[in-house]
Design a protein around this ligand. Structure first.
Ligand code: ADP
Ligand code: MG
Length: 376
């Protein structure tokens, strides 16, 4: 009988997307966030292929494959390949152990909807290769590798939240993360009979990347003006409302508004952690709505579609809170809806959206899940 060629064992990795309950645009200001990994995930099957450095990955959901040579990664990757090349080049210090592999990825995460499919892609691949080649990289270092892959290779100056949440998520918990110290605490999702429902506006305004980097720059500008009077300030994280009040006249108005928003948002995260302890959903919902108003009027990263979804939701019975989630200019709204009212709210909201904008808004109810892990 002919002996079959031994096949090297494959790894199966689940890498979830994330939501962020509250704490938007605070991560890159060394502030506070309250994200969670979700049950929707991306899955990788990874297998050594016996070559020195030939890597092949097929994305089933995109119907596309790509190749990379570990000894010659280059810098001109486009589209989804940028994230893969990004992770591989961040892993180059481990080139003594990292060798060629074949991978296949499937995804239940909508791409570009603000659920961080990009972080899931980076974290899942980094985590899987760490296991497959026994690189012995710590979870914190994997998070940093995934974040650097995104910053250096996709051009988005993202904070650490997305990769942290995808990697460290815990079922039915939020992660209260201090983006300066990286101290974190799991907060039970005591949402009572309320559910988290995402409504995808289906729009991605081309502004989003450039505006995101511009907001970072405006925050930096704000800090440098504040520091002239208060040299102890390192980031917006350190600023008290009174300090901003004292120097805001020296700032361009938009910069003062960005600073005000970030200071208020950090305070809202602390409050949200407190009210979750007591399952005070009404107060939590109001905080979400206040965040939306801040993102809309002070940080100016909303858009008509998201404002419409939030305002319409807030007027419906059973909705405790609603806000745009993610960087802004499109993507999803996050809604806190009483369980029994979920179908009615979704149907009224999507009908109103269709009538106003002539397009479909998809709804997505999701629980909170574990972070990146091996399935087999
Ligand atoms: P988000 O992270 O909110 O989903 P991004 O624009 O940051 O939005 O990332 C989306 C990008 O991630 C896609 O444009 C694509 O390059 C990559 N991506 C997401 N899902 C997949 C997938 N299943 N296969 C390949 N690439 C993917
Ligand atoms: Mg992303």
């Amino acid at each position: 009988m002919k002996k079959s060629k031994p096949v090297s064992p494959s790894l199966h990795v689940s890498a979830p997307g994330r939501i962020n309950l509250i704490g938007e645009h605070t991560d890159y200001n060394e502030g506070l966030v309250l994200p969670a990994a979700i049950e929707l995930d991306m899955r990788f099957r990874l297998q050594k292929n016996g070559t020195q450095g030939q890597c092949r990955i097929y994305s089933e959901s995109m119907g596309k494959s790509m190749q990379a040579d570990l000894s010659n990664l280059g810098t001109d990757a486009k589209g989804w390949e940028r994230y893969i090349f990004g992770v591989l080049s961040e892993l180059s210090p481990y080139s003594d152990k990292l060798k060629g592999f074949d991978g296949k990825l499937t995804s239940r995460l909508p791409a570009g909807a603000g659920l961080s499919s990009s972080a899931a892609l980076e974290c899942g691949l980094a985590y899987g290769l760490n296991k497959l080649f026994s690189l012995e990289i710590s979870p914190m270092e994997l998070i940093r590798i995934a974040q650097q892959a995104e910053i250096k290779h996709s051009g988005t100056q993202c904070g650490i939240m997305d990769q942290f949440a995808s990697m460290m998520g815990k079922k039915d918990h939020f992660i209260f993360l201090d983006c300066r110290s990286l101290d974190y605490r799991y907060i039970p999702a005591r949402l009572g009979d309320y559910r988290l429902v995402l409504i995808n506006s289906g729009v991605t305004h081309s502004l989003s990347d450039s505006a995101y980097n511009q907001r970072r720059e405006e925050c930096r500008q704000g800090v440098s003006i504040l520091r002239k009077v208060f040299p102890e300030i390192q980031s917006l994280r350190d600023v008290h409302p009174g300090q901003l009040e004292a120097v805001r006249h020296q700032m361009p108005k938009p910069v003062a508004n960005r600073c005000r928003y970030v200071i208020q948002e950090n305070a809202r995260v602390l409050k949200a952690v407190e009210v979750l302890e007591h399952s005070d959903i009404q107060t939590l919902g109001n905080l979400l709505y206040d965040t939306h108003q801040g993102l809309r009027h002070l940080y100016e990263v909303s858009c008509p579609e998201l404002d419409f979804l939030v305002d319409t939701a807030m007027a419906l019975p059973g909705v405790a809170g609603s806000r745009l989630m993610g960087g802004g200019f499109g993507g999803c709204s996050l809604n806190l809806i009483r369980k029994g009212a979920v179908p009615e709210v979704i149907s009224r909201l999507t009908a109103a959206y269709r009538e106003r904008f002539g397009r479909e808004a998809e709804s997505l109810e999701t629980g909170l899940g574990d972070g990146v892990r091996l399935l087999s």
